[in-house]
Design a binder for this molecule. Structure first.
Ligand SMILES: [Zn+2]
Length: 278
């Protein structure tokens, strides 16, 4: 099986976002608006899986409208995101980086995808949906959709980015996998499983892609780098710190499994665009 790591833009955020360890909205809301020079630039990773059912895309990154000319464009960002999210993410999408452009470079149209998996509904993971009109199947855990309509998620996950997309909502079921023992077996053969890793958001899914005895685990934003689970450093600004810790503990367990080829985080600067065969 082949899995391609794609960089679909970047975010420029406070360094407390990846390694905040206890930093949350109540104790350091100001960090979200930190000046640009004190921030870290992180990639926004998506993944293209060459699967026997057809190509599968995991997450969609930023859409072209966020950087129409391929560079940081605050006016374009303001058209897409409310001010607090524009300030938090400082998003940028370079030339050729939009997911649709990267698919086209591989000779693929959105309708050629067997499935688009959304790990969660934060804008850096779903904005690219608007460039994927024609995609036949877009799936999301129902638990993520449920919470997106409630509480602070309404401020964090603008409906305009995903509400009109034909999203198929799938239910987590009991499973041996994950900190919550909740997973979705996408094709019923354990080759692609969405595993609930709560904390960053309640419904967030990690994705396990399995080929025989080997697997790659896409951790989404349960961790920002291996350091998070290896040193037990909780990323900042999660929704529930105790659930974040449980999700990190599970990633630590999974890394120790003999079949683990790699664990990839959506915003790890060391996760470079490349192809992984396993
Ligand atoms: Zn993210």
């Amino acid at each position: 099986m082949k899995l391609h790591v794609l960089h679909c833009g970047s975010i420029l955020v406070s360094e407390r976002v990846p390694f905040g360890d206890g930093v949350n909205l109540r104790n350091t809301a100001g960090e979200l608006l930190a000046p640009a020079k004190s921030r870290v630039k992180l990639p926004v990773c998506c993944y293209l899986i060459e699967h026997s059912q057809g190509p599968i895309l995991v997450d969609t990154g930023w859409c072209r409208a966020v950087s129409p000319a391929g560079a940081y464009d605050p006016r374009a960002v303001a058209r897409l995101l409310p001010p607090h999210l524009a300030a938090l993410f400082h998003p940028e999408l370079g030339p050729g980086e939009a997911v649709r452009e990267q698919l086209a470079a591989r000779g693929l149209r959105p309708e050629d995808l067997a499935c688009v998996i959304l790990t969660h509904l934060d804008p850096d993971h779903v904005a690219g949906l608007r460039d994927l009109t024609g995609a036949r199947r877009i799936v999301l855990p129902e638990d993520e959709y449920f919470w997106a309509c409630r509480t602070v998620y309404k401020k964090r996950q603008p409906w305009s980015l995903w509400k009109d997309a034909p999203i198929e909502r799938l239910f987590y079921r009991g499973s041996p996998l994950g900190p919550n023992r909740w997973a979705i077996d996408l094709f019923g053969d354990e080759s692609v499983q969405l595993v609930n890793v709560p904390g960053h958001t309640d419904g967030q899914a990690a994705v396990i892609v399995r080929n025989g005895g080997r697997f790659v685990l896409l951790a989404a934003d349960a961790a920002f780098a291996p350091r998070n689970w290896r040193e037990d450093i909780v990323p900042g600004f999660g929704f529930d710190e105790s659930f974040q810790r449980k999700s990190l503990a599970w990633l630590r367990e999974m890394e120790a499994e003999p079949g683990c080829a790699e664990i990839l985080c959506s915003h790890d600067p060391d996760s470079l665009p490349r192809t992984i065969e396993f």
